[in-house]
Design a protein around this ligand. Structure first.
Ligand code: PHE
Ligand code: CO
Length: 274
């Protein structure tokens, strides 16, 4: 592995906003309208507030320079363009410096519902609103720092599951019912409805070690979602030193995704909204 701070290895590229075509901007607008119509009452307040504040529907794919002026003023985070997925240490290093790497490309009009690689819609619509929340902003930075440390324990797979089950596919328990904060859910129409209202998936209370023992699916709707009590509780549960947790996980078996254990807390789906 190259040294993390080697020069010119941050993998960033120019967003080149002027080079997007009208068809690409149209894909953004279509997806934006579709998601923003179904997210009130389904996404958590922090997400909805952030979406509103960042004003991501001025017409087409947001210009990161414009977006960053607002985002940086709120929490010190910026979005940086990358060509696609970047190596783990590069990713962690960006997060540790409050930079969120976002793909600059956008999916084709024929792929509105599904794509495996994160594009600018997933990365910006899904992730940027939560980065306006001060507590979540701290969590993401701490995660990046934790990633740089976990490499030394050879525990990246356990830490990656934490990211997946929270940042990407997390649900939150609120007095009005379950709400979404995970970027992989809010950027997908199918998964937004499925995660909250379908009877099929399991919704289990967040427990750090239990979650780290649970592998995930990258190519289908999630069989299990983990539910946090609040963003503050998530941050507090993760601020402890993970060294001892990694040590205990080294001897523990994985819990296949979909399996429910006797001490798991289960949540009912929200009633189907009309
Ligand atoms: N506390 C973790 C560690 O000791 C770092 C971390 C913080 C990881 C927040 C994820 C989220 O490595
Ligand atoms: Co993502």
């Amino acid at each position: 592995m190259p040294p993390i701070n080697a020069p010119n290895t941050d993998w960033t590229v120019d967003q080149a906003w002027l080079s997007y075509g009208a068809d690409e901007h149209r894909v953004w607008d279509t997806l934006y309208e579709r998601q923003s119509a179904i997210l009130p009452g389904r996404a958590c307040d922090a997400f909805l507030r952030g979406l509103d504040t960042l004003n991501l529907h001025r017409g087409g794919i947001p210009d990161f320079a414009r977006l960053n002026a607002d985002l940086a003023a709120l929490t010190g985070w910026t979005i940086v363009a990358v060509p696609g997925l970047v190596p783990d240490p590069v990713f962690f290093n960006h997060l540790a410096h409050r930079r969120f790497p976002a793909g600059r490309f956008i999916r084709k009009a024929e792929q509105l519902d599904y794509l495996q690689e994160p594009d600018v819609f997933h990365d910006v619509f899904g992730h940027a609103p939560m980065l306006t929340d001060p507590v979540f902003a701290d969590y993401m930075q701490a995660y990046g720092e934790g990633g740089l440390r976990a490499g030394r324990f050879a525990q990246l797979h356990h830490l990656a599951r934490l990211y997946w089950h929270t940042v990407e596919f997390g649900l939150m328990d609120t007095p009005s019912g379950l709400r979404i904060y995970g970027a992989g859910i809010v950027s997908s129409k199918t998964e937004t409805l499925y995660a909250l209202e379908d009877r099929a998936p399991r919704r289990l209370g967040f427990k750090l070690e239990r979650l780290m023992r649970t592998p995930y699916k990258i190519d289908d709707l999630q069989p299990t979602y983990f539910v946090i009590p609040s963003l503050r509780a998530l941050l507090e549960a993760t601020l402890q030193d993970f060294g001892p947790i990694y040590a205990s996980l080294a001897g523990a078996d994985d819990i296949p995704i979909g399996v429910v254990q006797h001490d798991d807390v289960r949540f009912e789906p929200n009633p189907i909204a009309v």
